[in-house]
Design a protein around this ligand. Sequence first.
Ligand code: 4AD
Ligand code: MG
Length: 431
Amino acid sequence: MNKTTIAKAANYVGDTVTIGAWLTNKRSSGKIAFLQLRDGTGFMQGVVAKNNVSEEIFQLAKTMTQETSMYITGKIVEDKRSPLGYEMQVSDIEVIHEAEDYPITPKEHGIEFLMDHRHLWLRSKKQHAVMKIRNEIIRATYQFFNDNDFVKIDPPILTASSAEGTTELFHTKYFDEEAYLSQSGQLYMEAAAMAFGKVFSFGPTFRAEKSKTRRHLIEFWMIEPEMAFTDHEESLKVQEEYVSFIVQSVLKNCKLELETLGRDVSKLEKVKTPFPRITYDEAIALLKEKGFYDIEWGEDFGAPHETAIAESFDKPVFITHYPTKIKAFYMKPDPNRPEVVLCADLIAPEGYGEIIGGSQRIDDLELMKQRYEEHGLTGEAYQWYLELCKYGSVPHSGFGLGLERTVAWISGVEHVRETIPFPRLLNRLYP
Ligand code: 4AD
Ligand code: MG
């Protein structure tokens, strides 16, 4: 018996193989039944012709319920009409488990219903394509940072400190102490950069944000590179190289998935270095030109502002040099103009918003002490981070890329809830 998978069946054209599969849909007329099959690696059509199989198998093919699992055997033949390029001429079916009435039928369902059935919804063709693209972005991320000599370092999830302010922290008890779930590994990655030079982390982060938007998750995954002896400009180069690499990897390795999602790939093909850059000041001027007359220097940008700015470019755009007072305590002020910091947000095209936040970090002990006072970082939890400025402090920069927003943009799906296997949202912890 040639046991294989749908994805690998291309190597067996002309041969008879057996595949473990589920039925996703079927239709039949008089003497022929068409089975839509999936096996985790892909989706394929199985053709059951009445005069090719026993009467028993033909009846089975016509009556099988959706999501019934089986071993299905037949000859792989070329089929120019299918995106896959081949199908199976079925000769035998061995049912493993006959599925009960499956809640997700081929008809339309409301989003809350689908979210309640996320454990099953993951089987659908669209969700499968999005998760395969997510997987390719993860694979390409490891490849990029390994090829560029970064060391993978894992920061803790349970922490006593916060990098991005205290309002959005998840509290928990750590025996008798207070602890939080990590909202960013950055401070630990800075310590790691002083030990290993170029490092990156890839892990879950948590934000108790009361935001119910297409861009916000409570639990999301972040890639956080940190580089010693690296200034802001050099960091921007790494960022554009990295983002362009993952986009080009998806274009090359996920053709079927992009087609399934109906993604306009011509837009992705343009995502090559260098990316455009505008300063915060220029962004304010651009927004006023576009009719946002009320925006004042010193205010942060919201989703509508980011979308309006992104519309002027066909690649991701860096907005640099934000006002010091609206950014995090660790960002290095521009030596020529201390009211702005050496930082950038990378805004994705097509309204997907900020996918990267990054900056050069403060490396001067006196300035860092001053920031601690201004931000009330008095507790013992922050003492270790201050020590990094005492022992051979060097210029260093880093950034954080949000995985799910990046998956949403590259896949072209509207909402981040479809870009993570089991989304954690405001008011949703199930399933
Ligand atoms: O801009 P943020 O808050 O930056 C940091 O956490 C830095 N400490 C990173 C660093 O420099 N090492 O978050 C980084 C990215 C955002 O650009 C966005 O893509 C994503 O994380 N992100 C979210 N994604 C989904 N849901 C949320 N609630 C998110 N909050 C941030
Ligand atoms: Mg940010």
